[in-house]
Design a protein around this ligand. Structure first.
Ligand SMILES: [Mn+2]
Length: 303
């Protein structure tokens, strides 16, 4: 798949933003008008785990966590094909993640963190999905997605490693093209009763207009920064989530993020860290996703 990475990247950039994206650069994935029987599938950080993405696409929602087993539904992929679902990946599909990793040797760990082939592979698959379902597959940016030096794991600047890898393999123009892809991605999902971002709420907002104005590729923009980098307990509390939801006209909505797997118990893929606020994660040994339909948020485990 990576030999056609550049071709897929070019096609995705050419495709531009979807009909559901609003704002100067499409920063807001606006699903407020989506009929309630359409399902919004939310996937947390994948961190190169392509197999987990495939398991989710094949899932038929038999294992609803905390509920009795029930009749299998169509697969997520089938629902995308039939126009009955939207797939929203909440960023950080790239970069090997050292959280709860079993590698104890620092050198070996750094080598894994520097390895970027698997990041190209998973992004190529996501580009392919976006090309197949232009208005139904969305990639909301996370902090790992930028080709910058801000993300440091065990001394490895993974964003710069990915940038170098793209440049070395496909040339400087490909790297510029990747930035164009980032600029076309949303940083916030707003639905009727559901709000999601990679990390946390934006602070001090008066209205959704302030998110509509941002360029998602500008990592240092304060609105982008809080959406892609926020940490519960350090950068925000339930109070900030509440004011954020109120400012964007979604008071009482579910709020779903990825980014903070340390909040999730070791034997789960999700946690309700504040009332109606959830972290989901798809790169651990327990894997699942969230689905919003008929104004209800449900969770399905696939591994
Ligand atoms: Mn993250």
């Amino acid at each position: 798949m990576t030999d056609i990475f550049l071709q897929l990247l070019d096609e995705v950039v050419e495709q531009g933003i979807s009909h559901y994206q609003q704002g100067t650069h499409g920063a807001v994935l606006d699903l407020r008008e989506l009929p309630p029987d359409q399902e919004i599938i939310l996937i947390g950080d994948l961190h190169t785990k392509l197999k987990h993405l495939q398991l989710i696409l094949e899932d038929r929602q038999e294992d609803e966590s905390g509920a009795e087993p029930r009749e299998p539904d169509d697969s997520v992929l089938q629902k995308l094909e039939d126009g009955r679902a939207m797939l929203v990946i909440l960023g950080d599909a790239v970069h090997f993640e050292s959280f709860r990793s079993e590698i104890s040797d620092r050198r070996e760990l750094q080598e894994r963190l520097r390895e970027m082939q698997s990041s190209l592979t998973i992004m190529a698959h996501i580009f392919d999905l976006k090309l197949r379902f232009p208005d139904r597959v969305h990639y909301v940016l996370g902090n790992h997605d930028y080709l910058s030096g801000r993300c440091v794991k065990d001394g490895v600047r993974q964003g710069l490693e990915l940038k170098q890898c793209i440049e070395d393999r496909f040339g400087k123009e490909a790297m510029v093209q990747y930035w164009r892809f980032l600029r076309n991605c949303p940083v916030l999902l707003v639905g009727d009763g559901i709000v999601a971002a990679h990390a946390g709420p934006a602070h001090g907002l008066r209205s959704l207009d302030e998110v509509l104005a941002v360029n998602p590729a500008m990592e240092e923009d304060p609105v982008v920064q809080s959406l892609v980098w926020g940490r519960f307990g350090a950068n925000f509390e339930p109070e900030q989530i509440h004011s954020f939801l109120r400012a964007i006209g979604q008071e009482g909505a579910y709020f779903v993020v990825g980014h903070s797997p340390h909040l999730i118990p070791k034997i789960d893929f999700k946690v309700e860290f504040a009332p109606r606020c959830f972290v989901i994660y798809a790169a651990g040994s327990f894997v699942g996703y969230a689905a919003f339909k008929d104004r209800q948020l449900r969770f399905y485990r696939v591994l």
